[in-house]
Write a protein that binds this ligand. Sequence first.
Ligand code: NAD
Ligand code: DAU
Length: 356
Amino acid sequence: MQRSRWVVFVQTLTGIERMGKRMKILVTGGAGFIGSNYIMYMLKKYPDYKIVNLDKLTYAGNLDNLSDVEENINYTFVKGDIADATLVDDLIKDVDVVINFAAETHVDRSISDPADFIKTDVYGTYVLLEAAMRHEIDRFIQISTDEVYGDAGEEPSKEDAPLMPRSPYAASKAGADRLAFSFWATYKTPVVITRCSNNYGSNQYPEKMIPLFVTNALEDKPLPVYGNGKNTRDWIFVEDHCHAIDIILHSDGIEGEVFNIGSGIEKSIIEIAEMILNMLGKSDDLIEFVKDRPGHVIRHAVNTEKIRSVLGWQPLIDFKTGMESTIKWYKENVEWWRRIKSGDYLEYYKKMYENR
Ligand code: NAD
Ligand code: DAU
């Protein structure tokens, strides 16, 4: 059976030397949603580790997300592009591990303007991998996504399911995902690939559904539900995702492997819209059905048996607790999202939602 084969494999190849070592980690895209949560999580859990955060500070990057650690002597921020080979080479030569979060990440933006997705998500990942290969680093974790599978259909996608990405974002991530694997297969660069489902929590840019709906509801603005609102996603609290990456970082014998990460909690858009309105004491009248997203994936769902049985990870936060904590955070950080929901964001919102 799959489970016992894996347990033996990990235990015999381990030793987990990295566990005792004061690791030096290059985190890319650390000023974004998941990257910033991951940096905070790691600096708290491993006060001896050194983290270098390379981030281009695109519209989605925000150093306010990291204000609690900016004075930490084990944390360094470098503003720059993962596609800048000279800079990347300079940074990677001094680290043990690379964790690549940097990406253009919003499906809707990839539909209207895909070029930056190819430049960053595919070419940028190549630049990182190439330097990682030359400098023989200990581990390269490619943060991929469950979007690479396309529609899950009847059964949650397993790691060996065909990749059928349905948006330019998903296709760029699939390119990066397989490119990362090819560096393991060809050069033995110690790559591990993760494919996580939809994250929610603090610091998420309010273009993504949950923070958009929460902040719109707080402002008594409509919640734009695409199509019939019945499309579903698997929703995972961001800290559970950070925990999974932490375990992957410290596990040996898993090079070249892909791990799905997800909660098993599947909810539709409309269910979440209603839950948010209910939690905020607002009327369902704020729900507004708008034109569907082209290529909209009906169901994303991942089978997480592999990470559970091989690495012993499991999600700890139930959806109600995670949503309460997330809504509380947006209520307490109005300045954070008001600053974002101004200037260029208003142009974006108009382009995306006006007359939709
Ligand atoms: P995000 O959009 O919040 O943050 C992306 C970060 O990358 C930003 O700080 C941005 O400035 C930075 N960045 C963009 N282009 C860059 C470049 N060329 N060089 C350096 N930095 C650059 O994204 P997120 O939601 O935190 O996602 C992080 C990673 O996790 C992405 O790789 C994404 O594909 C993956 N992922 C996200 C989810 C999710 O639900 N959000 C789920 C699965 C996987
Ligand atoms: O599955 C993992 C992926 O999850 C990540 O790889 C992506 O980076 C991340 O953006 C997310 O992609 P989605 O497209 O699933 O997330 P988004 O928040 O954009 O949309 C979630 C669902 O809500 C989806 O069915 C579309 C719907 N939606 C979204 C927005 C922004 C709406 O109905 N209205 C909206 O305004």
